[in-house]
Design a protein around this ligand. Structure first.
Ligand SMILES: Cc1cc2nc3c(=O)[nH]c(=O)nc-3n(C[C@H](O)[C@H](O)[C@H](O)COP(=O)(O)OP(=O)(O)OC[C@H]3O[C@@H](n4cnc5c(N)ncnc54)[C@H](O)[C@@H]3O)c2cc1C
Length: 307
């Protein structure tokens, strides 16, 4: 079956499809080349059908949530994309006389929206995520975290689609093998469909003040007004803050073309306008080289690089 025929079949089932779509329109760094097709399934069922069809027909594909943790080549891509944009269902259930709240969210729900939703209801646990851009799917994939919290602390189970046997499975928290910016989704061909988070009742004013505190810290320190893919490097050891080290080396503002080490927070590479993938990559390699020479430390990039 040709890709065009697959498109027809999925379109009829209710999948929005875009041809020759540039990923730079879908990534927060505003970098990324052209994919032959981008699929936007409207429901979880159509999402699964899309995955099955692509898998069975051996068409290479990748999943995209918010695109906030990706650095993508400018070259034409040899894979199609499946977006979780429309998978935004959320179900809530109070447990233990309202002392706990169970939220079941589809993978395309924005994590910050979920954080605000549960916080406004007076439930604590997702305050750390109030300013993390991106979706629940990307957050579980990365075990996203901030200000002492991470997905590992709130997710009780995840519904995944296993691309190796085309079956839906439920993985408990432990089975998700969360660690620093990592989960089992990075090692196995598993697509997150939805996940359940558990939150605890708390004083609304305390929740609000934590959110305010985290938001002020984020807005004052991070270049959220500029295109970026978040923190560029993983912390190589607990006390090694890459941004602080780069600042001490005088590298704030260092640029290659339009790719720049942010003047606000040296841990972020930003796109000043028309940065290319090559410029971002060259800047990453330069930083890695400097850190290796000065501290004998090997930096690892936090966002995924698709090249
Ligand atoms: C300004 C800024 C600030 C940020 N701050 C933080 C922070 O404080 N803490 C933090 O941890 N991160 C932070 N990030 C990084 C990023 O927002 C998070 O990692 C986020 O969780 C990524 O989600 P996403 O939906 O954008 O994932 P995407 O970028 O779309 O995808 C990332 C990876 O997840 C995979 N993926 C996405 N959805 C699914 C799914 N349903 N099933 C399987 N795989 C999937 C993709 O295939 C890809 O491999 C920041 C980013 C920016 C731009």
């Amino acid at each position: 079956m040709e890709l065009d025929e697959i498109c027809k079949e999925l379109y009829v089932k209710g999948c929005e499809i875009k041809k020759d779509e540039y990923l730079k329109s879908h990534t927060s760094l505003r970098v990324g080349g052209k994919t032959p097709y981008m699929f936007f399934p409207k429901t979880k069922r159509i999402f699964i059908e899309t995955l099955i069809l692509l898998k069975e027909k051996d068409i290479p594909f990748k999943i995209i949530g918010g695109g906030t943790n990706l650095i993508v080549t400018d070259d034409d891509l040899n894979f199609v994309m499946v977006s979780t944009k429309y998978l935004t269902g959320v179900k809530e259930k109070k447990l233990m006389n309202g002392q706990k709240l169970l939220v079941d969210s589809e993978c395309g729900v924005y994590l910050a929206s979920l954080s605000h939703l549960v916080s406004e209801r007076g439930y604590s646990g997702l305050e750390f995520a109030c300013g993390i851009p991106g979706t629940v799917g990307g957050a579980i994939y990365m075990n996203a975290g901030a200000y002492g919290g991470e997905m590992k602390d709130v997710v009780i189970e995840a519904e995944v689609f296993d691309l190796s046997d085309l079956k839906i499975k439920i993985l408990r928290n432990k089975e998700l093998e969360f660690s620093y910016r990592k989960s089992i989704l990075q090692d196995l061909p598993l697509v997150l469909l939805s996940s359940k988070q558990i939150l605890c009742k708390d004083n609304l004013n305390n929740i609000k003040s934590r959110i305010e505190d985290f938001s002020i810290k984020r807005y004052s320190k991070q270049p959220i007004e500029m295109p970026s893919a978040g923190s560029t490097f993983k912390r190589p050891k607990p006390d090694f803050y890459v941004g602080t080290v780069l600042e001490s080396l005088g590298l704030k503002g260092y640029s290659i073309g339009d790719a720049q080490i942010s003047t606000k927070h040296a841990g972020f590479i930003i796109n000043k306008g028309n940065a290319t993938f090559g410029q971002v990559k060259a800047l990453i390699d330069y930083v890695k080289k400097v850190i290796k020479e000065k501290y004998q430390v090997d930096l690892k990039v936090e966002p995924e690089i698709w090249e």
